[in-house]
Design a binder for this molecule. Sequence first.
Ligand code: GDP
Ligand code: MN
Length: 361
Amino acid sequence: MKILEHEAKKVLEESGITIPQSVLIRSPDELATHLGSLPDKLVLKAQVDVGGRGKAGGILMAEKANAMVTAKDLFSREIKNIPVKEVLVEERLDIVHEYYLSIAVDRSTKHVLILFADAGGVEIEKVAKENPDAVRRASLPLIMHDVPQFMVRDLLGIAPKELGPVINQLYHVFQKKDALLAEINPLVTTPKGVVAADAKLIVDDNALKRQGITVNRDLSEREREAERFGFSYVELDGTIGVIGNGAGLTMSTLDLIEYYGGRAANFLDVGGGAEQERVMNAVRLVASVPSVKAIVVNLLGGITRCDEVAKGIISAGVTQPVIVRLAGTNEAEGRGLLAEKGYQMPDTMEQVVKAAVEMTR
Ligand code: GDP
Ligand code: MN
C-alpha cells in the first residue's frame, strides 16, 4: 500500500530526516488560519496518488499574499483525473541541488537495493535510460541493521558527504515500516542543510496489520460478510455462483465456466476442512447475489469431509439449483445424502460446469 507524501514525510521525520515546515489543509479556508505561522515563499502540493504530479499541475508555487487564490486553484483541479482533496502547504526550499535516493526490495536477488543518483527531481527510469552511469547502486542482505559506511561512500561518489546519514536514516525507515519501497525524490541540499523535498513509501500489504494501518476499501455488503466468515471472495458479474476449496481448484472452475461459454458470478474459496456451517454460509452468501441463477460447488475432500459438505449444501436451502462435484474423504456418504434430496452430481468437473452453463443460458 502506498502512503501519501504528507504521511510518508512524518515517518521520515521520526527517523531524523529533515522535512520542510508544512501544514496539511482540506480546503482553502483552512489555509487562512495557518498563514500567520508560515513563511512568505510557499509550495502547494496536491496529495494525490499519481506519479509525475509536478508535471501534471499538482505542484504550485505561491507567495503568502496570493496563497489563498493559489489554494483555490489547486483544489479545483484534477490531477490525472484524481480530484484534489488535500493539499500540503510547505515552506519553499532554496534548492542548491536535487538528488535521488531509494531503497527497495529486489525480488530477484532477495536483497535490499539502494539507488542514489546525482540527478534528482526527474523520473529515475528516465535517468537510468539516458545516463545509466549516473545511477549508483548498492545491494545488501535484508538482515543488515545498517548500511555499511563503505557502501554509503560508494553510493555518494562525489556528492556531498552531508547526504550520507540520510541513507542510513531512510534504511531504518524501510526496515521499521516493512516497506517494499522508500524513496526520496528529490533529496535536496539547501543553504540550511539536507531536506527530503518529496517522499514515497510503499508498505508491504502483508504487514499492514503489524503496522497498524487500516485500509478503507470500498467493500460491498457481501464482501464484508465474506471477510467475517474468512472466505477468499471476489465478486464478478456473471450468473454462475462458484464455491471451491483451494485457490487453484476454484480458479480452474472459473476457467472452465469461461471455456464453456458461461459467466462466473464470483470466486469463493471456503478453505480447507470446511464443516457443515461454513459450507452453508458460503452457499447462502453466493445465492444472495441477485444475478446468480445456478451454483457450482466443486470441493475436494482431503481434510474436508464430503458428508459435512453435503449437509452444508442441504441446510443452506437456497432456491437456485446447486450442482455438485464431490470427491475424496467420505465421498459415498456425501453423495448419498445429496442423492436423497435430488441434487445433480455429474461425475466430472467438466460435466458439472457444462450443466451449470446450460441452465444459465
Ligand atoms: P512529484 O512531481 O510528485 O515528484 O513532486 P515533487 O514533490 O518531487 O516536486 C517536483 C519538483 O518540484 C521538484 O523536483 C522540485 O524541482 C520542485 N519543487 C518541489 N518543492 C520545491 C521547493 O520547496 N522549492 C523549489 N524551488 N522547488 C520545489
Ligand atoms: Mn518527486
